[in-house]
Ligand binder design. Structure first.
Ligand code: ADP
Ligand code: MG
Length: 154
């Protein structure tokens, strides 16, 4: 199952993330793809808001994973700087990926072999043909849990 949305400003992308964040439960996993400037951080901030995280969310520039506390723990990964996916093993990624918090992984392509079997894959693309601020967000469910999640969002 797949849902897609178009947004025409950063706030709309944030609000879509917030709506998703409100629907997330313990153990959920979201992979977030998109080029630099697509809007991943805006969407991630919305997810955090939806999880009732009070602390400001930044791009995890110098750390691979940043932890936030809301109604659930949020583990925000940015694997952009990893040389190899196996480098995630050094930080004990399994505790996060298969734990009771919510994982949000930016640049999931970098660590594809390590991703769980089921997850929600969000892809953000610029739709420049329409307007400079247009973004296409595609939410693709991998596995039954995420089909349910998308049905709930819809
Ligand atoms: P990323 O984390 O993917 O590199 P950011 O969220 O940091 O992207 O930045 C997205 C940039 O695009 C911001 O400058 C934002 O204002 C701008 N922007 C314009 N339109 C949108 C939109 N519809 N959704 C999200 N960001 C948008
Ligand atoms: Mg970013």
């Amino acid at each position: 199952m797949e849902l897609s949305y178009k947004t025409d400003n950063e706030i709309a992308t944030f609000e879509l993330g917030q709506k998703l964040g409100q629907a997330l439960v313990a153990g959920d996993f979201v992979a977030l793809s998109g080029d630099l400037g697509a809007g991943k951080t805006a969407f991630a901030k919305g997810i955090a808001k939806g999880l009732e995280v009070e602390e400001p969310v930044t791009s995890p520039t110098f750390t691979i994973v940043q932890q936030y506390e809301g109604r659930l723990s949020l583990f925000h990964f940015d694997t952009y700087r990893l040389e190899e996916c196996w480098d995630l093993e050094d930080i004990g990624y399994e505790d996060y990926f298969f734990g009771e918090g919510v994982c949000l992984v930016e640049w999931p392509e970098k660590v594809w072999p390590l991703l769980p079997g089921d997850f929600l894959h969000v892809t953000i693309e610029k739709c420049l043909a329409e307007s400079p601020d247009c973004r296409l967000l595609r939410l693709v469910a991998k596995g039954d849990r995420y089909v349910k999640l998308l049905e709930e969002l819809n």
